[in-house]
Design a protein around this ligand. Structure first.
Ligand SMILES: [Zn+2]
Length: 99
């Protein structure tokens, strides 16, 4: 599981990462108290696993004539995709790294 990029010791909980992926995009470490930010690339991955399947299903693949049924299943697909994101995304330290 994802570790704190500051102290590299504490790892974040799956549920914390999921919440950060959906809403805040920042994680605070329980060990050192510093904040981490989602990387740009990881943001793209989150979008690719949630919004993209949502749109593809909703626009092209839906077997339903029923709009509500389509939206319901599309949301379910996006939700399922988002459950995988805590395993894939990377977070970085919030300060700018020297470049
Ligand atoms: Zn830490």
């Amino acid at each position: 599981m994802l570790k704190c990029p500051h102290c590299n010791a504490a790892s974040f909980k799956w549920s914390e990462i999921l919440k950060a992926n959906w809403m805040f995009s920042t994680l605070q470490c329980n060990n050192c108290g510093k904040k981490s930010k989602i990387t740009f690339f990881s943001r793209l991955i989150v979008v690719a696993l949630t919004i993209v399947p949502f749109l593809i299903f909703g626009l092209f693949l839906s077997p339903f004539d029923n709009v509500l049924g389509t939206i319901f299943v599309a949301i379910l697909i996006a939700f399922t995709g988002s459950l995988l994101t805590p395993y894939i995304v990377k977070y970085k330290t919030e300060e700018n790294s020297a470049s």
